[in-house]
Design a protein. Structure first.
Length: 294
């Protein structure tokens, strides 16, 4: 049985669909924040609540025997992390500790999978492997890095079974409009100007279905430790604008702490799994996705 937190959100809902397609038993814990949608989850699988609630999380671990816990629950929009850093710390750090603490007490044999981000590396322009030190440069990235340290501390101190997966920028259906690619498509179809935070920014874009496939296969193969899940190819944000075409935008002053790019080396992951995803600009799914307003 699986506990998947944050599965009513973008990436989590695709992971939930993958599990349900093979008839896995799943319990979803989701607070149904602004970026979630309860219609993505079967009503019988959904428990509405906060991973920071110790009573609720304790109830779950006492009622069910989970084989795997996958934590997608997080505040994730970098712009929002500048405006409300405490809420990011609460969700992204305190919530993770609450899950780990209840696992330590009630379910120490369960595998805990923390979904992290390539942003924990910072933007030093070199391909980062999982052995490289973390150097987060914005509040969101710092909270995700802090969560990783807690995961590793619990694994070492209390012998918990853990895995950390650092995913790059996802794209695909159900992504919230505040994210970059949906905002580009919305600007294209509505004519409403979008904001680009500075010249020269680069990101690694992976399709959400490839990301959740990799996560699922890493768990299924009992791959311990930390893994990068990315295409390994940096794309200028301006390239996305050019490929979509006709996107009204204005250039804003760069945000404090904005990262130019995230260079990650995912080769170890794809060698372990025996496949690798296409680059964003060669992905056949793009035209179908980009053909309608987001």
């Amino acid at each position: 049985m699986w506990l998947v937190t944050g599965a009513a959100g973008f990436i989590g809902s695709h992971f939930y669909d993958r599990l349900k397609a093979i008839d896995e038993k799943v319990v979803v814990l989701d607070s149904l924040s602004y970026a979630s949608d309860s219609s993505r989850i079967d009503a019988n699988d959904l428990l509405v609540g906060d991973i920071c609630n110790p009573t609720l999380v304790q109830y779950l671990f006492q009622r069910y025997t989970f084989d795997v816990v996958v934590n997608f629950a997080a505040e994730s929009h970098v712009d929002n992390s500048y405006r409300d850093t405490p809420s990011f710390t609460r969700s992204n750090v305190d919530g993770v500790v609450n899950l780990l603490e209840n696992m330590r007490k009630f379910s120490p044999k369960t595998l805990f999978v923390q979904i992290s981000t390539d942003e924990v590396y910072g933007d030093e322009p070199k391909p980062h492997t999982v052995k490289d030190p973390l150097n987060p440069q914005n509040p969101y990235a710092a909270t995700k890095a802090a969560a990783e340290f807690m995961v590793n501390a619990y694994a070492r101190s209390f012998k918990l079974r853990t895995m950390i997966i650092r995913s790059s920028n996802n794209w695909g259906p159900r992504q919230h409009p505040e994210k970059f690619i949906p905002s580009v498509l919305r600007a294209k179809h509505t004519g409403i100007e979008m904001i680009l935070h500075g010249h020269g920014l680069m990101r690694d874009f992976i399709h959400v279905e490839d990301n959740v496939r990799a996560i699922h296969e890493l768990v299924g193969a009992a791959r311990k430790g930390t893994w990068n899940v990315a295409t390994g190819k940096q794309v200028y944000l301006a390239e996305v604008l050019e490929r979509v075409g006709g996107v009204p935008y204005r250039l804003s002053r760069e945000r404090p702490g904005v990262d130019v790019g995230y260079w990650v080396d995912p080769d170890a992951t794809w060698r372990a799994l025996g496949w690798e995803p296409p680059d964003w600009d060669e992905d056949e799914r793009w035209d179908a996705y980009a053909g309608s307003p987001k």
